[in-house]
Design a protein around this ligand. Structure first.
Ligand SMILES: [Ca+2]
Ligand SMILES: [Ca+2]
Ligand SMILES: [Ca+2]
Length: 259
């Protein structure tokens, strides 16, 4: 994480500090407020996403900003990379031209042979203009990309679900996750201007039935990742982070012990 410490006179930005909605976001210190956009989570749910947050500096007419991004060029950039490595998190990268990882259905948007995640063409760092491969895409009259999940062989819905996404206009792009009954688990919108793929996902111990992004112009989604990753290192890190970030949150499961 690279903190961006910017001192500004409070009145210069109009004093627009907002009241923080109930939101648990990975790596956000509990004493910072969501500055741009919004974030809400149901109890026990955590969003993994880029953010900018701010807080007033005590006794000073200054605001301190903290910026956090999740740029994604390859699987190892995922905050759930440990789960991917051990096979408890699936990744659908669309490179075979088919949505065929277990329990996943893409129900809005369409496959496009276009600008993909960097690693998908087999060459890292060759520039976004040359990063060919399959992505999921929507534009025009289709203003939603949606992934739906079904139960696995043990009857479980995924507890982790996310993807990498990029859009020309983050100001109207949103991300949301729903439980298997369609109830909203988490929502997130407009935190950073990206211009590259960034990871956005959600952890929900009650199970995730769908994730979706709504937008006005166009959206690219790749590397849909989801799974049942408790216990695994990502979950342990998540639990530790959650404990640090918000003392008011209740722990739902024993913290996994790592070797
Ligand atoms: Ca596939
Ligand atoms: Ca590449
Ligand atoms: Ca791809």
């Amino acid at each position: 994480m690279k903190p961006l410490l910017t001192a500004l006179i409070a009145f210069a930005i109009g004093g627009t500090i907002r009241t923080q909605a109930a939101c648990s976001m990975w790596n956000v210190p509990s004493d910072y407020l969501s500055e741009f956009g919004g974030c809400e989570t149901a109890p026990g749910v955590m969003i993994f996403a880029p953010f900018i947050v701010s807080k007033l500096v005590a006794g000073e007419p200054f605001i301190e900003y903290l910026e956090f991004k999740l740029p994604y060029a390859q699987r190892s950039d995922s905050p759930w990379a440990a789960g991917i490595r051990q096979g408890s998190i699936y990744v659908e990268d669309f490179e075979d031209g088919i949505v065929n990882t277990p329990g996943l259905a893409m129900t809005s948007g369409f496959l496009l042979d276009g600008s993909s995640v960097d690693e998908d063409d087999g060459v890292l760092g060759n520039g976004t203009d040359n990063d060919f491969g399959f992505v999921y895409y929507a534009a025009g009259n289709t203003h939603t990309i949606r992934a739906e999940f079904s139960r696995d062989s043990e009857g479980r819905f995924p507890t982790h679900a996310g993807w990498v996404m990029d859009t020309l206009d983050q100001s109207d792009a949103t991300f949301a996750a729903y439980d298997p009954s369609g109830n909203l688990l988490a929502s997130y919108n407009y935190i950073l201007q990206w211009g590259e793929f960034q990871f956005v996902g959600v952890y929900a111990p009650q199970g995730i039935g769908a994730i979706a992004s709504d937008f006005n112009q166009r959206l690219y989604v790749d590397h849909v990742q989801y799974g049942y990753a408790i216990p695994e290192p990502g979950a342990a890190l998540l639990t530790a982070t959650a404990a640090l970030a918000a003392a008011s949150r209740r722990r739902r499961t024993p913290a996994p012990q790592l070797p």
